[in-house]
Design a protein around this ligand. Sequence first.
Ligand SMILES: NC(=O)c1ccc[n+]([C@@H]2O[C@H](COP(=O)([O-])OP(=O)(O)OC[C@H]3O[C@@H](n4cnc5c(N)ncnc54)[C@H](OP(=O)(O)O)[C@@H]3O)[C@@H](O)[C@H]2O)c1
Length: 243
Amino acid sequence: MNLVDRVVLVTGGARRIGRAIVERLADSGCRVAVHYQTSRDEAQALVEQLRAAGREADALPADLADPAACGGLVEAVLRRFGRLDVLVNNASAFAPMTLEDFSVAVWDRMLRVNATAPCVLAHAARNALRAAGGRIVNLHDAATLRPWPDHVAYMVSKGALDTLTRVLARALAPEVNVVGIAVGVAAWPEHYDESLRERLVARIPLRRAGSPADIAAAVHYVLRDGDYLTGTIIPVDGGRHVV
Ligand SMILES: NC(=O)c1ccc[n+]([C@@H]2O[C@H](COP(=O)([O-])OP(=O)(O)OC[C@H]3O[C@@H](n4cnc5c(N)ncnc54)[C@H](OP(=O)(O)O)[C@@H]3O)[C@@H](O)[C@H]2O)c1
């Protein structure tokens, strides 16, 4: 896909991996809708930075736990940019929960943000994406292959997203390609201490954590060169999935 002037919506685009995706796609000539929930200042600063570099960008808020707000976000993008070519479902909720601590509230929030929202956004965007011959890129977690028992709800929500990528690939074919990027470690959760980080890196064949830029490069590859990819979930995890 030629990326110049394509309109891209990146959810959770103000910080960390989402921000790297926004910057990479804007550098490639995309017009970018930077979605945020709480990171308004970071989103506005990023938009100013992109505009100063001659790019077109805007920041749009929504709480993706609310399905009505997901539909409203797509409408806002279409009003602001006039079209939508690419939806990047990057925003994610992340919280520990063991079976002992089971909480319906945590379960519902994980499922709503990580599985329901990507599906509602795809539903709301489907006609625009079909008209554009567009793409959806979903950000997965490579750990769903070996799910962590202390993050029950998060793992189930990301497992649902694994299936959603495959379902959407069929539901939106042949006009829209739907591809997943399964992230290993690319931006540490802020509460992970040094010894935990070292233990996790020791299990990665490439012996280093990835970076937001590594994930942004994979998203860029899928969009620019992945015309024959759909329903595929690509691990970008330093080889962790083969250990
Ligand atoms: N970090 C990693 O190494 C890693 C590992 C495996 C998978 N992944 C996946 O890669 C993606 C990006 O990872 P990340 O660590 O950069 O993500 P993150 O920092 O945990 O979350 C990204 C953004 O999601 C948004 N978000 C959370 N709840 C929301 C809600 N209810 N409504 C709207 N937005 C909401 C937040 O936006 P605001 O800040 O604006 O509130 C947040 O900045 C995620 O899908 C994650 O599951 C990452």
